[in-house]
Design a binder for this molecule. Sequence first.
Ligand code: RUQ
Ligand code: CUA
Length: 659
Amino acid sequence: MKRTLFVVVSLLLAVVALSACGGSGQKGSTPAAAAGLPADALAIATQRGLTPDDVSAALKTYLPSGKHDDYYLFMSGGHSGNVIVAGVPSMRILKNIAVFTPESWQGYGVGETDTERILDAGNVDGVKIRTGDTHHPALSETNGDYDGQFLFINDKANARVAVIDLRDFETKQIVKDPNIISNHGSTFVTPNTDYVVQGTQYATPLGWAYAPLSEYKEKYRGLITLWKFDRTKGRIIPEESFSIEVPPYWQDLCDAGKLASDGWGFCNSFNTEMAVGGNMQGQPNFEAGVSQRDMDYLHIFNWKKAEEVVKAGKTETINGMKVIRIPTAVEEGVLFFAPEPKSPHGADVTPDGKYIVVAGKLDPHVTIYSFDKIQKAIAAKNWTTDEFGVPVLNYDDVKLAQVELGLGPLHTQFDDKGFAYTSLFLDSALAKWKLGGDDPNAYQLVEKIPVQYNIGHISAAEGDTVSPDGNYLVALNKWAVDRFLPVGPLLPQNEQLIDISGGPMKVLYDMPMGVGEPHYAQMIKADKIKPWDIYPQVGWDPATQAPSKYATKLGEEKIVRDGSNVEVFMTSVRSHLTPDRVELKKGDHVKWHITNVETAKDATHGFQLGGQGVSLSIEPGETVSFEFDAAHDGTYAFYCTEFCSALHLEMMGYVTVEP
Ligand code: RUQ
Ligand code: CUA
């Protein structure tokens, strides 16, 4: 114990001395070293039973009040249907971005607002879908590097993709693929965000039309959909998007080629058996059925070639979407397969674009494919074909190396020093290994550390771009078991921050996630994101990112009645809503616009109207519109939901509905 304390003291002193050398140089703040080590530091460490490792982890993650993090971390919220934003290294949560599910506090998707119409665009066959399962966030890229402008995310349950604008961190668009009902290899972007790519997970007949499972091979299909993204509009353009038809092999995870492999994309798959279940009909469970073969197929597609094929009109339009059918994809050299070992998962392209790493859930190796070898095999036309006529390259022609890492390898990320990191689900561990270029023998396992527990995706700082940062990696763990205060049988997920700056890897911080299951995350340098402080002008409509035609100036508030149609033009400013009386008659249809005329940072007003299911958040400069029918006579109160001033409770008004 004495020794431990001694080490703690030396460590604290060393860290303090170091930070003094670095010198914050800030006037008015005394560096800790100059002030001397606080007398109680050792006492605190002792009393709390902190080890030297604990102390250094604390010092590496602690952010003094008012200081900002180095990175933003964008995590999917799993079946909460949203996105969660945190800061790294503090791991403090900064924001929930409502995406596929309504959220009262953001006024998202409630009260017939523009945001409800964004959600309505994702309805399926007229069914209002208000749930989602977000898996893979993708930041927009320029030349293969995150540019901090947009974020995309998929909804696995309904094959939808959403666009989030990072100027205001709000969802702007949801698109529904008209031909598939579930996606997974989604979203990922091409290096200049020309396309947001999406792969099917569970095959169905196109348009999820009816066909019995006995017709699986004939009728069921997957798609790789390339959603065209227009950066100036900040929107996906469905009319300029297209799909490549693929066999019903359950495409899994994808990545876009970059640099050397720009123009190509890669998806692993895992049901080349074409198992159809039937565990009550004497057939194996799906899990056994889809794991019979030793090899599945890495899908290799040439999206630039596909673009030309579409331009040449060699597509079929199915439910409004242009589709390159399999025979055309084969004939035009758009689609190839390469065998990949045992229950593959993940396809991750190295920062230089030269190699593709595929893991195998039931194989202890990662397999590294060489893009150069793939090109040579294609040029030599050295292949067999599958049952659908798709060329299958020879494994030995395209495989460059394998590294044995441990049990259940899943996902790979990269750093700035030539190392790769792979999650090991069954081992509950993170493996660090060395990339070896074209030399198969140079690929080597370096180190493994345990994580708590059942690790899925990992996210290293800019770790899937052409220029990773190293520094930090977050392990997104499925199980937390014993890590946190118990909260009933449904435990939080555990996101662990890991130091990968050099030397042995170290877990620095455990972060419980109070919602959903963050599948994947991306970590971007904080200074690349330039959010607005307030909307660019008073009367702004965030749904269109343009001035609203319903913007109302101070002094120009009014209530306009035309028969039973009533339109309210309201303003909000600390600490009143004008008008504060809205007199309606039973049966009126009401359109109501509120402009928050505040121009002070953070001067948001909320708005709730009792009895009508209306909840809004009106940020400085924003104009929001909502509608409702005054179906019942009575007296209702509306009020501001943000404690905006000392007289916030008085920021209210009445709606009277006369019989
Ligand atoms: S994957 S279950 Cu991202 Cu490993 Cu979805
Ligand atoms: Cu505005 Cu409270």
